[in-house]
Every structure is written in structure tokens, then in C-alpha cells.
Write a new protein. Structure first.
Length: 200
């Protein structure tokens, strides 16, 4: 049985749980460093990246999170989770920190406010065509060496990347009934791979 931890400090935890439960995955909510023990994968959900930062530091979780991800724990991040992984946030709030394990730059709320939310369909490497929901979503503005782009908007802007064992998406695949992204990611975990494959 694959066991996946979901960072449960704030944000869209239940939506990811609903999909992973349907896929037959054992789950654990991660709030303390000990919750990271024995995981096969980790999900960083959408929410508020600044809240993730403050609470993770307050709970002594930030450094252990950084360490297990940097050591190769397969990680799927969506929206705020992508921001929290990035090395650089162009419009960070004063004092905001990230885990800095993913060599990208991001811009928060790049598509406007919640009123500007939209849905589209994207080709995601390894998962195929998936419906994608953008809610106060970030945009990847720089991709470092060795980081693969796995999703783009029709105009070419980057909204999904993969590096090593990390997959990070600017949108919310968990907000729809389509489980293609999670299914491909879980299938990789079950077969010993550590990330989305190059094709579905």
C-alpha cells in the first residue's frame, strides 16, 4: 500500500484526500516532523503560501520538509505548493520564505484575483489532457537548468514543471472530477518511479 502525506497546515487538503482515497492510497495529514516518517510521497496543496511558511516554521516543520524533499521524496505540489517550493518569489511579502528546493522563479497571483479564476484544458506531460482550474494562480517566470516544463498555456506561459522527484503545477487538478494527474503520479509511485513519466 502506497502511503502519501498531505501538508495539512491550511488550504485544499480535503480535495486531494478525496481523489487519493478514490485511487486506493493510504493517507496521512502532515503537521509535525514525525508525520513525514515512512511516506512514499508528499502532496503540497493549494492555499496561502505565506501561511504555509509561517506555520511550518512555527511548528518546526519547514526544515524537515525541505530535507525530505531535497533527499528525493516524490512530491506533487499545486498552486501555493508550487510557490512554497520555488527558489525565488518575485513579489514575496516582507519576510516570506520558501523551501527553495525547486530552481524556478514564480509570480504570485499572476492571473488576477479570485474573481479572475478560470478553467481550461492543458496537456500535462505524463498525464495527458487534463482540466485545469486557475484560482489566484502563480506563474512560472524562470526555469532553471535541469527543470522540465510539463504544462503550458496556449500562449506558451509555463504553468507546470518537473525536476527530479518533484512535480509542481500552478493550477488545481484536484478541483475537478478528473483524476488524471493524481492517477499518473500514484501509478509512478507504485511502480517505483518517482515522478510523472514522459507520456501517459
Amino acid at each position: 500500500m502506497v502511503t502519501v502525506g498531505i501538508l495539512a497546515l491550511q488550504g485544499g487538503v480535503a480535495e486531494h484526500e478525496r481523489i487519493l482515497e478514490r485511487l486506493g492510497v493510504a493517507m496521512r495529514r502532515v503537521r509535525r516532523p514525525a508525520d513525514l516518517d515512512g511516506l512514499d510521497g508528499l502532496v503540497l496543496p493549494g492555499g496561502e503560501s505565506t501561511v504555509f511558511d509561517k506555520l511550518a516554521r512555527a511548528l518546526g516543520l519547514a526544515a524537515p520538509l525541505r530535507d525530505v524533499i531535497a533527499a528525493g521524496l516524490p512530491t506533487l505540489a499545486t498552486c501555493a505548493g508550487l510557490i512554497y517550493l520555488a527558489q525565488e518569489v518575485e513579489d514575496a511579502t516582507e519576510g516570506q520564505r520558501t523551501l527553495g528546493v525547486l530552481d524556478i522563479s514564480v509570480r504570485r497571483n499572476a492571473f488576477g484575483s479570485q474573481l479572475d479564476s478560470f478553467e481550461t484544458t492543458l496537456e500535462v506531460t505524463g498525464a495527458g489532457l487534463v482540466p485545469a482550474t486557475f484560482i489566484r494562480a502563480p506563474l512560472v517566470t524562470r526555469v532553471g537548468p535541469g527543470v522540465d516544463v510539463v504544462a503550458r498555456l496556449a500562449d506558451g506561459r509555463v504553468v507546470g514543471v518537473r525536476h527530479g522527484t518533484v512535480v509542481a503545477l500552478a493550477f488545481h487538478p484536484e478541483q475537478t472530477e478528473d483524476d488524471s494527474v493524481h492517477r499518473a503520479w500514484v501509478a509512478a509511485l507504485r511502480t517505483g518511479r518517482t515522478s510523472l513519466p514522459d507520456r501517459p
